[in-house]
Design a protein around this ligand. Structure first.
Ligand SMILES: Nc1ncnc2c1ncn2[C@@H]1O[C@H](COP(=O)(O)OP(=O)(O)OP(=O)(O)O)[C@@H](O)[C@H]1O
Length: 353
């Protein structure tokens, strides 16, 4: 099957500054992907390049098998049939809400157009605001109108830059779920920039992790979490601590948190390792491989408790444990590592980003 969107070796610059380099991925028809990465890593620049607002310095973007952006030839944004929802919703101030949504539907007969506008008003829960103008809406409501306007012409691909960031948590979650349903029903592909890790895991068929201007991993959300391509990816997709480890015996790694077996899948030719211990990989309880860690702080989070532990090395690590386990500040708790992610020496370069 031909990919709907194919980005190959994309490079983008602002002046001399390289913002994106060697970015390659594909998105299939109807697929939903999220882009996650630290602030300033180039997520918006990538969306702008796909939408047609940022010319590529190198590489190629193809939609439906046809190049739409190369350093030599650019298809203008309005000819790409891509829907966009950016953070600054950019509604037409002189048009009311239904006219804003109907803007891209001029080619439809009036009854169909009106039905589509009604459907979208319902989707974004703004039926009773149909005749209001953008300045009479809150920021979150304006964002929902922008979303409805982008969905209206049923583009093959929808680009969304933190579309729900102005909404409260409850509305954000319910709207995200509904938007996903609509995208699925309409077979629309989407690329969504988000800072919300949970949203990125739940929303996408694919997850792109961008860091330092490079796409570090483009994979299913589960694979990025279970088998992150680098320590940089591990830190972006999960909470945890990064430890140093040394090979002490052919099959045993020593760390600040005690010893752990070297998994057979990891190259034994290495002697130094980076070990990413996700919060849930720390197990309290007596064990020959455990180290005694001092509880230096605890914060109640409801179903769990966030603990700060001081390791025998002096290093402080954080982890959340079930609220059923109660450890008092100042007490010592045996802790050990269970199934962490291990990176060999050659992957250490990723940590600089
Ligand atoms: N018009 C511009 N001219 C020069 N530099 C720019 C311009 N727009 C963005 N940048 C720079 O490009 C880099 C990437 O910006 P971009 O907005 O793509 O990041 P982002 O990952 O979307 O960030 P955030 O998550 O904070 O929105 C940043 O260093 C930013 O300062």
């Amino acid at each position: 099957m031909q990919a709907l969107l194919k980005v190959t070796d994309l490079e983008c610059r602002y002046g001399e500054k390289v913002i994106l380099e060697s970015v390659s991925f594909t998105l299939d028809k109807g697929e939903i992907a999220c882009l996650l990465g630290p602030s300033g890593c180039g997520k918006t620049t990538l969306l702008h390049a796909i939408a047609g607002f940022q010319p590529p310095y190198g590489g190629c973007i193809a939609l439906g098998g046809k190049p739409i952006a190369t350093p030599d030839a650019i298809t203008p944004p309005e000819k790409r049939h891509i829907g966009v929802v950016f953070q600054d919703y950019a509604l037409f101030p002189h048009l009311n809400l239904q006219q804003n949504i109907a803007f891209g539907l001029k080619s439809l007969p009036a009854p169909e157009r009106e039905a589509r506008v009604r459907q979208l008003l319902q989707l974004v829960h703004l039926e009773s605001f149909a005749n209001r103008y953008p300045h009479q809406l809150s920021g979150g409501q304006q964002q929902r109108v922008a979303l409805a306007r982008a969905l209206a012409p049923r583009p093959q691909l929808l680009l969304m830059d933190e579309p729900f960031s102005n909404l409260d948590m409850e509305l954000r979650r319910s709207l995200a779920t509904e938007v996903r349903q609509i995208l699925r029903e309409e077979g629309m592909a989407a690329l969504i920039v988000t800072h919300d890790r949970d949203e990125a895991f739940a929303a996408g068929d694919k997850l792109g992790v961008l860091s330092g201007g490079r796409l570090q991993q483009w994979d299913t959300p589960e694979n990025t979490y279970r088998t992150p391509a680098s320590a940089a990816v591990a830190r972006i997709v999960g909470e945890g601590s990064l430890l140093q480890g040394k090979l002490r015996q052919p099959d045993l790694i020593e760390t600040e948190m005690g010893r752990m077996p070297l998994p057979p899948s990891v190259q034994a030719a290495c002697t130094k390792f980076q070990i990413f211990v996700r919060n849930e990989d720390l197990l309290p309880g007596e064990h020959p491989d455990a180290v005694n860690a001092e509880v230096v702080d605890k914060r109640f989070l409801g179903s769990s408790v966030l603990y700060k532990f001081r390791l025998p090395s002096g290093r402080i690590i954080e982890t959340t444990l079930s609220a059923e386990l109660q450890f008092a500040p100042g007490s010592e708790v045996p802790l050990r590592i269970n199934s962490p992610v291990i990176f060999t020496e050659h992957q250490r370069a990723d940590l600089k980003q």
